[in-house]
Design a protein. Structure first.
Lengths: 287, 289
């Protein structure tokens, strides 16, 4: 395999796949819409994610990635447009979320944090606890099953959040920078674990990250977003076959592909930074 | 550069980090710390009472107007045998407990309900705030008309006082539950009952108990006021009776007993809070493992 894969430009340029798991069309989101200064966070956003696809979303900070994910998760509504999710019903949970800020509960022990999601979906307490311990073991947390989260490190808490989302075995997994707080070694371990889980059951994954490397190692496709309001800037098929080995990162093809992604993203990040600087010098000027 | 003192750490830039007593013998040092804390908590009032006793013995203060702690203690013993003080104490405690129970129940329901449902809050909040500012003792004549001259009136008045404290703190606590906590539960498809059970209640419980503890103290304040005015029986009546009959020692006995009731009641509510929210470090405790 050589060099860069197919890069298709612009939103909506991907063929309308009949077996799309998630299809997002013309989605906008505006915050504080009823005030004097509304924030247009997202849109128009168009994207199709195929069944079993691992899609990675990258983009400058504040471009609306978390917003998009929360709309897909059904936690907030789009201001415009629509999203269609084809749930097959093969799992009790159509989708589950790993949040950017852990949002695990300090009042529940680690194992109860994982099991309560299962209980909400109707599993008996005992079975839920058993399953919860299995997933905690996979995350290397079996010794902390009965501890409260306050006694855990940031990375350990994030692993609890991941175990919680995976334990319900959802058809679609939505992950918002799940590995951002982890050290490099653990990050790689969990990336491998995630790939195993994904390949075993062919779940659909929408994965937000700031790391281009992570996006390339994990994803079938990397979608680059514009700065706010976020739109699809470009979409890249990742050309590397699976299973991908860690050494892949050291190959020239990898670097070349990463450089191409960065080239696409760079303009947006600069755009974002100049906005920030502009705002700062405006504030200076007012003094 | 600063000159090295004799016996100081070697080298000007070297800083050592070594285990202290707490690290070298963790069990013993935490036991000792607890013992010290407890002794201080007891010693402090004992010293204050000692000062008072000394001032009285040395005639710095007039013992007829300000009886000494020894005299008060002796009088307490007498009153328990002569006047059946225990009866009055028990009457007051029973009123406090019933009033607190109903007030807390109402306050929790209203506070949590209004915290969870915006429409309920918008509807009732202005009215409740208006009522909150009414001095509860001023309601006594009205309650006497409604509930008659008896236990119900006293209990209702305590309950009303407790209600407002608990209501306000519960509502604020529920509204302060972070959105991320709710979203995490929603993402698993939790319904309202599950959201309440798994998230809203535990997340707000430590703050709610702050309100419950405040209300415990206030309910004791209130019983004294009510019995003061109504007379008949109860610890407030004992205090007021001392004033009317010129038995100044009796008044002090009453005050001391009220203080003890307040301390015990508040401590019990705190204990309940610790048991109900074992993960919490809110009131300065360690999580109960
Ligand atoms: N609840 C809200 N109210 C008002 N504005 C919001 C709200 N949530 C998000 N925004 C705004 O929407 C924009 C996009 O936010 P979002 O969290 O989606 O960014 P992001 O791409 O996830 O950024 P990051 O990479 O830093 O996590 C930001 O400008 C943010 O200020
Ligand atoms: Mg985000």
């Amino acid at each position: 395999m050589k060099g860069a894969g197919s890069a298709s430009a612009g939103p909506g340029s991907r063929d309308q796949a009949p077996d799309a798991k998630i299809s997002i069309s013309g989605v906008h989101r505006t915050f504080a819409a009823d005030t004097a200064d509304p924030v247009h966070a997202l849109g128009p956003f168009d994207l199709e994610i195929a069944d079993g696809e691992f899609a990675c979303l990258v983009g400058p900070s504040g471009c609306g990635k978390s917003t998009l994910l929360r709309i897909v998760a059904g936690l907030i509504r789009p201001s415009q447009g629509e999203i269609e999710i084809n749930a097959s019903g093969s799992s009790s949970a159509p989708l589950s979320v790993v949040f950017q800020d852990y949002s695990i509960y300090p009042w529940k022990t680690v194992e109860r944090n994982v099991s309560y999601g299962l209980e909400i979906q109707g599993m008996r307490k005992k079975a839920a606890l058993e399953k919860s311990r299995r997933w905690l073991a996979k995350m290397g947390l079996e010794d902390f099953a009965r501890a409260y989260p306050d006694a855990l490190s940031g990375g350990m808490r994030q692993r609890v959040a991941i175990a919680r989302a995976l334990a319900v075995e959802p058809e679609i997994l939505l992950m918002d920078e799940p590995f951002a707080a982890l050290d490099a070694q653990l990050r790689q371990l969990l990336q491998d674990e995630l790939l195993d889980i994904w390949q075993a059951d062919q779940r659909t994954v929408l994965f937000i990250t700031h790391s281009l490397e992570e996006a390339i190692v994990l994803g079938d496709r990397v979608i680059v977003m514009t700065s706010r309001p976020g739109r699809v800037l470009e979409s890249f098929e990742v050309p590397f076959p699976r299973p991908r080995k860690p050494e892949l990162r050291d190959t020239p093809e990898f670097s070349k592909f990463k450089a191409m992604l960065w080239e696409s993203l760079k303009g947006e990040v600069q755009h974002y930074l100049s906005d920030v600087h502009g705002a700062m010098s405006d504030a200076e000027g007012q003094r | 550069m600063r000159a090295l003192k004799k016996g100081a750490e070697p080298g000007p830039g070297r800083i050592r980090r070594v285990p202290g007593a707490a690290e070298l013998a963790p069990g013993r040092s935490s036991r000792r710390r607890r013992a010290v804390e407890l002794s201080l908590a007891i010693l402090f009032p004992v010293v204050l009472i000692g000062l008072w006793q000394t001032a009285s013995t040395l005639d710095w203060i007039d013992a007829r107007l300000y009886p000494s702690p020894f005299d008060i203690a002796a009088k307490t013993r007498d009153l328990f045998s002569e006047r059946d003080l225990a009866e009055d104490v028990w009457i007051s405690v029973r009123r406090i407990l019933w009033g607190y129970f109903w007030g807390a129940l109402g306050g929790l329901s209203a506070g949590i309900g209004m915290g969870m449902f915006r429409l309920m809050r918008r509807t009732a909040e202005p009215t409740l705030i208006a009522l909150y500012t009414v001095p509860k003792l001023a309601l006594l004549p009205i309650y006497l008309t409604v509930f008659g001259f008896g236990e119900t009136t006293v209990i209702a008045l305590i309950a009303t006082t407790v209600f407002f404290f608990v209501w306000l703190s519960a509502m604020a606590a529920v509204m302060a539950v972070p959105e991320e906590y709710r979203e995490a539960a929603h993402s698993f498809g939790a319904n309202r009952r599950q959201l309440f059970h798994h998230v809203i209640l535990p997340a707000s419980l430590p703050q709610i108990f702050v309100g419950l503890r405040l209300a415990a103290g206030v309910s004791v304040l209130m019983i004294v006021g009510v019995e003061f005015v109504l007379g008949g029986d109860g610890i407030g009546h004992v205090i007021n009776g001392g004033r009317i009959l010129g038995l100044i020692e009796q008044t002090y006995v009453g005050i001391a007993i009220v203080a003890v009731i307040g301390v015990i009641f508040t401590a019990l509510v705190r204990l309940a809070g610790r048991l109900a929210s074992p993960w919490s470090t809110e009131d300065g405790g360690q999580p109960i493992a």
